[in-house]
Design a protein around this ligand. Structure first.
Ligand SMILES: Nc1nc2c([nH]c(=O)n2[C@@H]2O[C@H](COP(=O)(O)OP(=O)(O)OP(=O)(O)O)[C@@H](O)[C@H]2O)c(=O)[nH]1
Ligand SMILES: [Mg+2]
Length: 312
């Protein structure tokens, strides 16, 4: 297995740096995040710093883990340890005659990026915060919660609402979707069957672990995000087999809402996330201020109900 460290330089406007692999290397002409093989005795972070200096002439000032994934190409398997770099010294330039481009994550489809990088692009498109609606029976109160979360700047919100009937859930999703869309936000919904495909503000589907167990892949919508919850290795494998692009893994810590659940701890979370090869949110007893610890354990960010509730 080839172990590689790669850096995603991200500017304040959200654009990230792609480099075109130069002639003479494997996959010449394809686009990638600058980086290269980790040498013996080097940590991934040290390799990142060396490669970015060698390839694009920048000195890393601050970086945090973004996503570590394995990908099997026909002739080799690579482990890509990717880092988000938001502070660096120097002007990026192609020191190995590679072309460089600053690209918004939403516009990467027009670049022929290496196959392994799909989940990295997903990690860049997805937010770090995943608020989940509180367990309420009142649809109007849920709508107010959704609008408040969107007004707080949340771009993706999971509408959980297990106490609503199928009809009430569907009606709320159809009412809330367009209003959230107008605020630059979107919903992940558990019950999508009654919601017309293409409804504004419906960003995707979230499968509970139980739903992932019984659903057929062919029954899933073919557009939008697919998220799934998992609590253990078997559920994680099931979610990945269904093609989930992002996972919600928990409980990381004990919570009042799920007493008796098997607690993973951050280390248990990290072990599962390391198997996932896609963005993973930590759920359960985490606060917004735990995001950094989740990043250091290989996660995308914090999912939760109370983490994003305003004090009442
Ligand atoms: N740097 C980088 N490598 C990637 C990405 N995605 C991906 O599959 N790879 C694979 O990871 C490996 C990186 O090796 P590399 O050729 O960049 O290694 P290097 O900079 O040390 O170059 P060299 O050994 O040819 O001098 C290649 O097999 C490449 O196909 C990516 O986004 N960035
Ligand atoms: Mg390289």
């Amino acid at each position: 297995m080839v172990r590689v460290a790669a850096g995603v330089l991200r500017r304040a406007d959200g654009a990230v740096l792609l480099a075109q692999r130069p002639a003479g290397k494997i996959a010449a002409g394809r686009w990638e995040f600058p980086g290269g093989k980790i040498e013996a005795g080097e940590s991934p972070r040290e390799a990142l710093e060396r490669e970015l200096a060698e390839e694009i002439g920048v000195r890393v000032q601050s970086a945090r883990p973004l996503l570590c994934l394995r990908h099997a190409y026909t002739e080799r398997t690579v482990e890509l340890d990717t880092w988000l770099v938001e502070a660096w010294a120097g002007q990026a330039e192609g020191l190995e005659n590679q072309a460089l481009a600053w690209v918004q994550p939403a516009e990467m489809e027009s670049y022929d990026v290496l196959e392994a990088d799909g989940p990295i692009i997903d990690a860049l498109k997805l937010p770090c915060a995943l608020p989940i609606t509180a367990d309420r029976a009142d649809a109007d109160a849920l709508l107010a919660d959704l609008l408040r979360l969107a007004a707080d700047g949340h771009r993706l919100i999971r509408l959980r609402a297990p106490r609503l009937s199928e009809e009430a859930y569907t009606a709320l999703a159809m009412q809330a979707g367009p209003r959230l869309h107008a605020l630059g936000s979107g919903l992940l919904i558990d019950r999508w069957q009654g919601v017309p495909a293409g409804t504004a503000g419906i960003a995707g589907v979230h499968l509970t672990a139980a739903a992932a167990q019984r659903i057929e892949r062919s029954a899933l919508p073919d557009a939008g995000w697919l998220f799934a919850s998992c609590h253990n290795r078997a559920e994680l494998e099931r979610a990945c087999a269904l093609g989930a692009q992002a996972l919600v893994i928990g409980p990381v810590h004990a919570t009042a809402t799920h007493p008796g659940a098997q607690i993973l701890g951050l280390d248990g979370f990290a072990q599962l996330a390391a198997q996932a090869n896609r963005p993973c949110y930590g759920l359960g007893g985490l606060a917004v201020s735990d995001a950094e610890a989740v990043f250091q354990h290989g996660g995308q960010g914090v999912a939760g109900i109370s983490a994003y509730q305003h004090p009442r």
